[in-house]
Design a protein around this ligand. Structure first.
Ligand code: MIG
Length: 820
């Protein structure tokens, strides 16, 4: 028996190569001439190729190779959101051996023969990253390749959605959007393709974005220790190099290049319930009512494919949902929003009677094969056609079709199956001859599959924004490519309801955050299978801090709603959902930071503690923003675990007790307990729990202040109307809170709020953790009276944990509390 697995492994090795393979890929020729351009150089090569080096910013350089004989293609990318970069000063110097471009931060040294590009730190001249070989292209197949030198202790992150550990070192990954239900760690590829990665060595980071949507392979020292290799099955070799050394800085630039996540409606952070599928309408209402009866918060209810008439997109099944507008209105009365699924496959109905097919066919919006025949796939409605989302007119038409949903009160759209999946052949092999318009260039399927979902999400997002300009669109997608964050939030597809899958959630969410996608989530407690109450409880403990918190389950599985597992488990879910709603001010503030800076909400420790080697591959803890650290239990039967806290002062979130660390320690974690810590120096805004977002105003608004070992802390609160795009034009409010030490003369300052949004009258409550009892407290130099928690008006008191509370009215002004 023992020989069987290794025999299978041998068979697997003999299977078609997944490995990065440079055979048959000739290298670009040596540099023969250098031409200065406005923003860089064009390097003419002996074989007729041109390598363009373009300085976009002091820390961002694009390297684009136009190989000899490569068909000219327009300089266009569906991923890139920004092409107008302010001029960044740079200098050119040439020697017989090399051409060097120097910016404020980078020296790009191009060796002439062979042509090798090296990125150095402009100040220290240290090599950050360098070609191991010249770039390559096979003129016969069009495959392109690149190889970068591999540092002995270099670690790799990113590539978006991968069912793998956080650190990609020694791994090898394929980018080819694929419908892979029930995937496990190691299944590759899965739904999304983000060809962006980060390299980190000795605490310093750089980023590389290979903007090519063809099927590609990334090899981080899997095949050889010589290089980190990259190949793509066609297209351009066009990459962007990001200089750090700070990871957060790189993410900021990546966010600028590929576009920011717009803020979703605040209710997107609420708890969501889905099932494949809720029908008829009365069942959806029963679920909503049961939520209320069980005192469990709920913001969103999903309708999966059975709401449609024969799986025809943009229709309603008249028997199951005779009056969808009445349904959404009744649910809205309880604060519950409805999100409906929309699949890309349009039922092929040439006999007429289905307007979506008729209109699409009349305008010739559906994809065709090279021989001119319609591309017919097989999905839920049976034979189906697919829209060419590379066409602006088709996107606009598709976007407008959402009127059939919005007019009936639907609040958001869930786009599924957009790899695109086709039951006849999920690999895409037999679709290779499908042609996309692609801005008139008429490019083949292999270039377009990975951007299909991106363009569909764009059509959906822009449609919702157009049809309902006073509301922020909410779009959720399964597949995607770089830049998808501009249009959609995502979930990680058909995960298993197992502890192994729960453990895998953590590196998956962390890697997505390191790849530009902050609004991520997974089905609770896993899509396939039901799991048990223990899995449910542990899943919700993680999901408390995951942007998309959605319970969902497959058609043939037992019910997944929180009350189906028994009262003790339901109570745990309630506890954590209440915590989530309490922390909405913190979660929303952190989400807005992600929107603005590209630094994700859900973070691997590495992102906040880049210099800490222990954080390099820590897969079972995560941080929320830079203040909270969660060490969830993700294994069955465990009632305790090892926790690592980086150096510094931390606090136990539940008790407020200080924990001084820089090491691993063991902690108890009974089933209802999530080990949760606050970094000293952090400020956490929170409010009262509620049943849905917007049930009541955030009053009181609490700021839990956790001083660091010098007595200092700082943080802020971001608010806006949570619903409209007005935030983008200044209708927000930012409130900064700071604490300065030392103990004995602590001062808390509330800065005057910034921004035009007016939240209305309310109280602020500051909770200062870990300090002695003051003799006196002044508010703006006037004595602040001692008071009690259950009293009203301004005052201060001490609670049973020893924390000090200070209550003041929010009068839209700055204030200072001085303790002595
Ligand atoms: O697997 O629409 O990932 O969330 O419930 C079948 C039915 C197609 C896949 C999605 C899943 C959804 C299901 N869909």
């Amino acid at each position: 028996m023992r020989t069987l697995p290794s025999f299978l492994a041998l068979v697997a090795l003999a299977a078609p190569l997944a490995a990065v393979d440079f055979t048959g890929l000739p290298a670009v020729g040596d540099v023969t001439a250098v031409t200065r351009t406005e923003r860089g150089v064009n390097l003419a090569c002996a074989d007729g190729a041109t390598v363009q080096v373009v300085v976009l910013a002091p820390d961002l350089v694009r390297v684009r190779t136009l190989f000899a004989g490569q068909p000219a293609a327009p300089d266009h990318s569906w991923a890139v959101a920004r092409t107008d970069w302010a001029a960044a000063p740079w200098q050119l110097s040439e020697s017989p051996e090399a051409v060097t471009l120097t910016t404020g931060e980078l020296a790009v040294v191009v060796q002439r023969a062979p042509l090798l590009v090296e990125f150095r730190d402009a100040a220290t001249h240290r090599v950050i990253n360098a070609d191991a070989r010249p770039v390559m292209r096979d003129p016969r197949t069009g495959r392109v390749g690149a190889a970068k030198r591999l540092g002995l202790d270099e670690h790799f992150y990113g590539l978006g959605e991968k069912a793998a550990r956080l650190d990609r070192r020694r791994g090898e990954f394929i980018l080819w959007n694929s419908d892979t239900p029930g995937y496990v760690e190691g299944t590759d590829p899965i739904y999304q393709s983000i060809p962006f990665y980060l390299g980190v060595e000795d605490g310093r980071a750089y980023g590389l974005f290979y903007d090519n949507s063809y099927r590609s392979v990334f090899d981080f020292g899997h095949t050889t220790q010589e290089y980190a290799g990259y190949t793509a099955d066609g297209g351009v070799l066009d990459y962007y190099f990001f200089q750090g050394p700070a990871l957060k800085k790189i993410l900021g630039r990546y966010n600028e290049l590929t576009g920011r996540m717009p803020l979703p409606p605040l209710w997107a952070l609420g708890h969501q319930q889905s099932r494949y599928s809720y029908y008829p309408a009365s069942m959806a209402e029963d679920i909503a009512r049961t939520y209320q009866a069980h005192d469990l918060p709920l913001d969103v209810l999903y309708l999966d494919i059975h709401y449609m008439d024969g799986y025809r997109v943009f229709t309603w099944n008249p028997t199951r949902f005779p009056d969808p507008a009445a349904l959404t209105a009744r649910l809205a009365g309880d604060g519950i929003k409805v999100v409906t699924i929309v699949d890309p496959g349009v039922k092929y109905q040439p006999e007429g009677g289905y307007a979506v097919f008729d209109e699409g066919a009349a305008h010739d919006y559906f994809l065709r094969r090279a021989d001119g025949s319609l591309y017919l796939g097989e999905v839920w409605p049976g034979p189906a056609v697919f829209v060419d989302f590379t066409r602006a007119d088709a996107r606009r038409w598709w976007g407008d079709l959402h009127r059939a949903l919005l007019d009936r009160g639907v609040a958001g759209v869930w786009t599924d199956m957009n790899e695109p999946s086709d039951f006849r052949d999920k690999t895409g092999q037999s679709q290779r001859d499908v042609v996309f318009d692609d801005l008139g260039a008429r490019t083949p399927y292999p270039k377009n599959r990975n951007v299909f979902a991106l363009n569909m999400a764009r059509a959906t997002y822009e449609g919702l924004a157009r049809l309902r300009p006073d509301r922020r669109p909410f779009v959720i997608t399964r597949a995607g490519y770089a830049g998808v964050q501009r249009y959609a939030t995502m979930w990680i597809g058909d995960s298993n309801a197992t502890f192994a899958a729960l453990a895998l959630n953590l590196p998956m969410f962390a890697a997505l955050g390191l790849s530009g996608e902050t609004f991520v989530g997974s089905d609770l407690p896993g899509f396939l299978g039901r799991g048990d109450g223990e899995l449910l409880a542990r899943s919700y403990q993680v999901a408390t801090f995951v942007p998309l918190c959605r319970n969902h389950g497959a058609i043939d599985d037992y019910d997944h709603e929180p009350w189906r597992y028994g009262a003790p488990y339901e109570a745990i879910v309630r506890k954590y959902l209440q915590l989530r709603y309490r922390l909405l001010p913190f979660l929303y503030t952190t989400l807005e930071e992600a929107h603005r800076t590209g630094v994700p909400l859900f973070r691997p420790l590495l992102l906040n503690f880049q210099d800490d080697p222990t954080a390099l591959n820590l897969d079972d803890e995560f941080m929320v923003g830079d203040a909270l650290l969660a060490a969830p239990v993700v294994h069955a039967g465990e009632r305790g675990r090892e926790v690592y806290l980086p150096r510094g002062l931390w606090y136990d979130f539940w008790t407020g007790a200080p924990v001084l660390n820089g090491d691993f320690f063991r902690t108890d974690a009974p089933l209802d307990h999530l080990p949760l810590y606050v970094r000293g120096g952090g400020v956490i805004p929170s409010t009262e729990p509620m049943h849905h977002v917007g049930e009541k105003p955030w009053n009181p608004l609490r700021f839990d202040v956790y001083p660091d070992d010098a007595g200092a802390a700082a943080g802020s609160l971001y608010e806006d109307d949570g619903l409209t795009p007005a935030y983008a034009t200044g209708a927000f409010r930012r409130t900064a809170v700071a604490c300065t030490g030392p103990a004995g003369s602590t001062r808390l300052t509330l800065a005057p709020p910034v921004g035009s949004y007016q939240p209305g009258g309310r109280n602020f409550e500051f909770i200062l953790h870990s300090t002695g009892v003051p003799h006196s407290v002044t508010l703006d130099d006037q004595a602040l009276a001692a008071s009690r928690a259950d009293a009203s008006g301004a005052g201060w008191w001490r609670d049973e944990t020893g924390a000090l509370h200070f209550r003041i009215a929010d009068d839209s002004r700055g204030h200072t509390l001085q303790l002595r």
